[in-house]
Structure formats: structure tokens, C-alpha cells
Design a protein around this ligand. Structure first.
Ligand code: AMP
Length: 300
């Protein structure tokens, strides 16, 4: 496996490698969720490449850019074991050299939810993804369904700019208790970790309510909200009063492509949620119609 630090080195490393080429963009601190993206790329492409880049433009000044978990040595071992051919691990100055002046704003799909609470976020994501697609020129790029709005923004960007790449969505990889794997789960205290799977339980309650005869979006949102805010000790034990509670940022039904709120239970309806436990913000989603995503949700 070749590890590159510059765009020139990356292009040289890719030249002559057999296609199709699959790209897995990441910010490192890899977990099994990231690795499912790598496995999906390996399964459908002859050559698989990845990037490890904690992208400064998607963090606001008060966010966790400098504290974001980093373990490049371990990440490189995992990627090598998984059969990745080229890993681009640049520093910020390589991606954004002095004089860099371009911004990308994806309107509409990026305006609500994550975009509302983190106004710089999707502009930064769009910029980094566009740069990486330009550097690698992959045939396919792999993104997690876990970050459903990011996926929708990237699809819109690729469509609007006629970027010649296929965007592939990979189902969410979860811990055995349902918690969606995330690099930020490392920030959870022991007590918060006990409560954290409650977010997925709430989404499942919403999905079950939608599937009941006569089920509606309103019933789904109500069931999920009630479950999320209910006392959270999964054992129903006496410690419940001591356990942390979620603070809900949003919990809503949206169209998976536009991220506009919807009252319709359609094939592209997603129940999306962001909730905080202490200082950690957890993000998750579930389809509200069984056919919203043809792939089954992967459970560890
Ligand atoms: P990040 O390093 O957090 O930017 O994530 C890199 C890619 O991995 C993104 O496309 C994420 O959506 C994806 N990803 C993160 N967590 C998971 C997960 N639990 N299951 C599947 N994909 C994931």
C-alpha cells in the first residue's frame, strides 16, 4: 500500500493502476463502519483508494478540530490489511495552499438540520469532497448512509457539477446494541455510552409506528420522540434517575434526496435525528418505508 502526502504523489501512485477505481474518503480514527465502505469498494472496484484527512473547513472555530481523534498508524494498518492500494493523508496546507479562494455552497439540501446547526459544515464537506474527487478521479466514491444528509449533499453536488463519478451509499454499521459506529463515540462517558443506543431504539420505535396499519409520519415522529425522551435505563433498573438524558436537536421525517420535511410515507422517507448526550452529538437515521434503501441495515 502506498501512502501519499501530496496531490502530485497521489496522481503518480494512481497512474497505471487498473480500473475501476473506488475511493473511500474518511477523516481517519477508523472503525468498522469505515471498513464496511472499504469492503464495499473492494467488492465492486479493481483498485481501492482511501483518504485520511481531518478537513478543517468543515469545523467551526468552537468545534473539535484539534481534539478530533487521530491515530494514523493504526488507520494505515487497517487500510493495508483491507487491501487498499493508495492512501492520501495530506496536511491542510496541501489541500488548501496559501491563496486558496474557492467556496462551494450547496443550497436547499444543505440548509436544514445539520446545515442549520453547523452553518460551515456542508460547505467544507463539499469543498473537500470536490477536491478529493478531482485528485483521485475515481469511478465510484463510497459514503455512509449513517451521514444521510452528507450523502444527499454529495449526490446533489455531483449531479449539479456533472462530476463523472458514481456515488455509492453503504448501510450503517452498528454496535451490537444498535449504536451507530462513529469516531465521536469515543467522547462518551461510561454512563452516556449506556444511554446512547436509545437514539437507535427511538428511531426503530418510529419505524415500527410507521409500519403499523394506518401508520403515519406524525405517529412515527411521536413514537420516536416519546421513546427518546423516556427514562433511559435499558434494564428499567433503579439507577435510571442517575443516567444522563438526551437533548434533542432535531427528530423529523424528510425526503432522503432533498432533506425537505415530509408528511408522506414514501419510498424515500427517512426519519433523521440528532441528539446530544453531555458534550457529544449523536446522529442517526432509519428509513420509514421498507423500500427507502434496498440494502438491509447492517447490524454488527
Ligand atoms: P468520517 O471519517 O466520519 O468523515 O466518515 C467517513 C465515511 O464513513 C462517511 O461516508 C461516513 O458516512 C462513513 N461512516 C461513518 N460511520 C459509519 C458507520 N457506522 N457505518 C457506515 N459508514 C459510516
Amino acid at each position: 500500500m502506498k501512502v501519499t502526502r501530496t496531490i502530485t504523489e497521489t496522481r503518480a501512485a494512481l497512474a497505471g493502476l487498473p480500473r475501476p477505481l473506488g475511493l473511500v474518503p474518511t477523516m481517519g480514527a477508523l472503525h468498522r463502519g469505515h471498513m464496511t465502505l472499504v469492503h464495499a469498494a473492494r467488492a465492486s472496484c479493481v483498485t481501492t483508494a482511501a483518504s485520511l484527512f481531518v478537513n478543517p473547513t468543515q469545523f467551526a472555530p468552537h468545534e473539535d478540530f484539534s481534539a478530533y481523534p487521530r491515530d494514523e498508524e493504526r488507520d494505515l494498518l487497517l487500510l493495508a490489511e483491507a487491501g487498499v492500494a493508495v492512501v492520501f493523508a495530506p496536511d491542510a496546507a496541501e489541500v488548501y495552499p496559501p491563496g486558496f479562494s474557492t467556496e462551494i455552497a450547496v443550497r436547499g439540501v444543505a440548509d436544514h438540520f445539520e446545515g442549520a446547526s453547523r452553518p460551515q459544515f456542508f460547505g467544507g464537506v463539499a469543498l473537500a469532497v470536490t477536491k478529493l474527487l478531482g485528485v483521485f478521479q475515481p469511478d465510484r466514491a463510497f459514503f455512509g448512509q449513517k451521514d444521510a444528509q452528507q450523502l444527499a449533499v454529495v449526490r446533489r453536488l455531483v449531479l449539479d457539477l456533472n462530476l463523472p463519478v458514481e456515488i455509492v451509499a453503504v448501510p450503517t454499521m452498528r454496535e451490537s446494541d444498535g449504536l451507530a459506529m462513529s469516531s465521536r463515540n469515543a467522547y462518551l462517558s461510561a454512563a452516556e455510552r449506556v444511554v446512547a443506543p436509545g437514539l437507535y431504539r427511538a428511531l426503530c420505535a418510529g419505524s415500527a409506528a410507521a409500519r403499523r396499519p394506518g401508520g403515519t409520519v406524525r405517529a412515527a415522529v411521536a413514537a420516536a420522540t416519546e421513546t427518546l425522551l423516556a427514562p433511559s435505563d435499558p434494564t428499567g433498573g433503579e439507577r435510571d434517575g442517575d443516567l444522563p438524558r438526551f437533548t434533542v436537536d432535531y427528530l423529523a421525517a424528510v425526503d432522503a434526496d432533498t432533506f425537505a420535511r415530509t408528511d408522506e410515507l414514501g419510498p424515500r422517507t427517512l426519519l433523521v435525528a440528532a441528539a446530544r448526550l453531555g458534550g457529544t452529538r449523536l446522529l442517526d437515521n432509519i428509513p420509514l418505508a421498507p423500500s427507502a434503501y434496498p440494502e438491509a441495515d447492517a447490524t454488527a
